[in-house]
Design a protein around this ligand. Sequence first.
Ligand code: F6P
Length: 594
Amino acid sequence: MAESACLSTMHEWESPDYEPSLPVSEKSNPLTRDIDRASANGIVRMLQACDAQMFQEETGATYQRLLSKQVVETLMEVAKKVERILKDPRDSVVVLSGCGTSGRLAFLITSTFNRALRELNQSSVYSYIIAGGDRALLSSQEAPEDDPKQGMLSLKKVCEGKKRVLFIGISCGLSAPFVAGQLDLCLQHPEVYTPVLVGFNPTHQARDESIPGCTFTFHSVAQRMQELTKSQKAFLINPAVGPEAISGSSRMKGGSATKILLEVILSAAHAATFTNNNTYKGILQHMRAYEKTLDVTFAQKEGISALLEAAGKSLQCGRRVCYLGWGSLATLGLIDASECIPTFGADYEDVRGFISGGYRELNNNEGPLGPDFCIAHEDFLHLVLPFLNDQDIVLLIYTHSDDVSEVAKLARRVREKTSNLHAVYHRVDGDTAAAVQQEDINKLCLSSLKITWSSPASGILAHLQWELSTKLLLNTVSTGAHVLKGKIYQNYMIDVQVTNSKLYCRATRLLQKLSGCPESQCEEALLKTIYRVDKLTADITSSDIATHTLTARNRTKVVPLALVCLLTGCSLMEAETHLEQQPIVREAVEACLS
Ligand code: F6P
């Protein structure tokens, strides 16, 4: 693409005429319109360009961006609040909370910074909440996202006995009722709680649908907070990072930007507390280090494309993708794998993550989560490895500060079952410590992606960069592999699970867009496929969205089936036969559209 053409499309989404009824987080990205037809290489290039939008400068009055002055100033103010708690942690806590990926990142970030405190012999001050509890760290639990009361109660529980709480609620789309309930609680008790909202839409685009049983909407809560920002009794951090590469898939840029913003805040607070150093310039430098992370990662475009293609091939023939990781990079593997289920309607077995040390290393609040959630490398060796063949892809993810001889040992075991073994590892330039073992691993792997970093200013920053780099890479591989599998139509997740009210509305909107039929007809088709009936009963039409989404939990291919029915006028059974004959959803949809 010519440079000038590229630049002009970059900002198309910012125009007030571009999909005006949708918030930024739900708009479709002009850069990825044809991602469903792109090669592995093309997909990587598109995802890179989308990620780069995170760091684009503010172009006018329309949207604040990650590096806008006001955003950076707010980061500094919030860092000061954290600093105060770090300096006097008695009866205080900093809580990070969210749903889905936002909650998973809350977990990851609190783990990192509590560890940093432990290393300094300080007590932990950070807690996380994820809607649906710890099982949601590893699997899709979308329904609790709709429950503001559960949000509020879980916050109360974490804050029992505390006199000072800094609450950071994360909702990329400014949309989750779970988080709205928590923010409302904070606003009712300003003597204890200071609320911070992190998301990626301007406040006026916050979700304004009524929430059953509540007098507030996300929008009304965000507006109340906006009022309080003037007196610094509440904080809003909501720059736009551009539409997601796959529409609405906030695990991608939304997740990355969440990680960036919160780590910048907490790092600045730690720097101010323990080294007396928190400056505007320091925050900007940290942001720039993340921007550089994108460049360093995508400099490996070819290696990433090869991985993506190999993963796509495995998924295309119904085989698996396994991530075997070490330390927090393994956590990112677990997170990426868990997201494939709701995002692409994938099976639990399609993409799975495993972590060296299992739950001991994960160190989550609830500890081991039972036999349905086996995550240790030993579990992989016993439960998965015996069934693998060359069509399954295994990816080792580690850094040179991990036990590389252990990586080599595992690589040898895997190699006995599949030659489709790959590695991604991070190392600091000039570090030759694990050179011999690394050479062994390289020989065992079909591909080894070496990401080399110049020596960083601080150990923690290096780790944070490796994590972001791993997140970008895995998101690219798993998204691209599902694109190659035909799960995406244009840049829409056509096979999305309809398991909460946000996804229900998104599904209805998608049906409208692709079928051209009116909203009522699309909702009707959606309900018919959810309840598997050709005629809606009064019972169904009088039920609420919570009942619909609960029923949809046990259904597959809800949206594709509804679309085939809408486009062809056929019965549900005929649509099912049609999709059985053409399981590649994109091609089935295209056949109907033509
Ligand atoms: O409902 C599913 C989902 O879209 C997840 O994919 C996402 O991580 C989660 O909701 C949270 O979304 P948000 O951060 O916008 O509240």
